[in-house]
Ligand binder design. Structure first.
Ligand code: C5P
Length: 219
């Protein structure tokens, strides 16, 4: 039985991909399964935290004992998260938020034409960066998915987004990351610690992240 060492912690977790619609039936997205964020939500619940999980579309079932808020687009995710931010004492942003959305969303499905087509994209707001700008004592955890120069980029993100902790995963490693039950991450904390975790179940990774959240959290 897990010790209830996170009793009193109000934790907001995001998980899964976002969908950026072009028209009623087409969208831009990514292969995030939501597993890492769901694992964090479940592990925190087991340790006594009160958890709200803001989830993009996934095929995972809602964890018991966790309030699940379902969203699709990055803008919907942003709204759901900002609404609950005043309540939260810590946020783990595990969602793979799309960086761009189509500049316009067509109301009707367009018929196919045999010609080249250009889609104009506009940048989505960086939700985590916004949270970092009005942090007020909360613990903020981000993820970074990199293929190259990971450590430096993750450290730069940690500073730029005003985070306490960032979990770096590699996209191009066999058997870890997107969709798989295991992950291999490097945890980088605000105070300069770099913890290279061996490959382990996402649930175990979640517990290691929560151990650090607990350290930074001031009840
Ligand atoms: O800058 P990058 O997208 O690599 O940062 C990843 C981290 O920022 C993740 O924790 C992700 O959930 C968060 N993020 C966000 N809003 C975005 C893009 C990423 O909150 N628009």
């Amino acid at each position: 039985l897990a010790p209830k060492d996170l009793l009193g912690l109000r934790l907001l977790v995001s998980a899964g991909p976002t969908r950026e619609y072009l028209d009623p039936v087409r969208f831009i997205s990514n292969p995030s399964s939501g597993r890492m964020g769901y694992a964090v939500a479940e592990a925190a619940r087991d340790r006594g935290a009160e958890v709200v999980l803001v989830s993009g579309p996934t095929c995972l079932k809602a964890p018991w004992g966790v309030e699940v808020v379902r969203v699709e687009s990055a803008l919907e995710m942003r709204q759901a998260i900002l609404e609950r931010y005043p309540w939260a004492k810590a946020v783990v942003m595990a969602a793979a938020v799309a960086d761009y959305r189509p500049a316009e969303v067509l109301k009707d499905k367009e018929p196919k034409v045999e010609a080249e087509k250009t889609i104009r994209l506009v940048p989505n707001p960086d939700i985590l960066k916004e949270l970092g700008e009005r942090k007020e004592g909360r613990v903020l955890v981000g993820f970074a998915m990199e293929t190259a120069s990971g450590l430096e980029r993750a450290q730069e993100k940690l500073r730029r987004k005003n985070l306490d902790l960032i979990a770096l995963n590699w996209v191009n490693r066999e058997g870890v990351g997107f969709g798989s039950p295991e992950n291999e991450v490097v945890l980088i904390s605000r105070d300069g610690r770099v913890l290279e975790l061996p490959r382990m179940e996402k649930r175990q990774v979640a517990h290691r992240i929560l151990d650090l959240v607990k350290e930074f959290w001031k009840p």
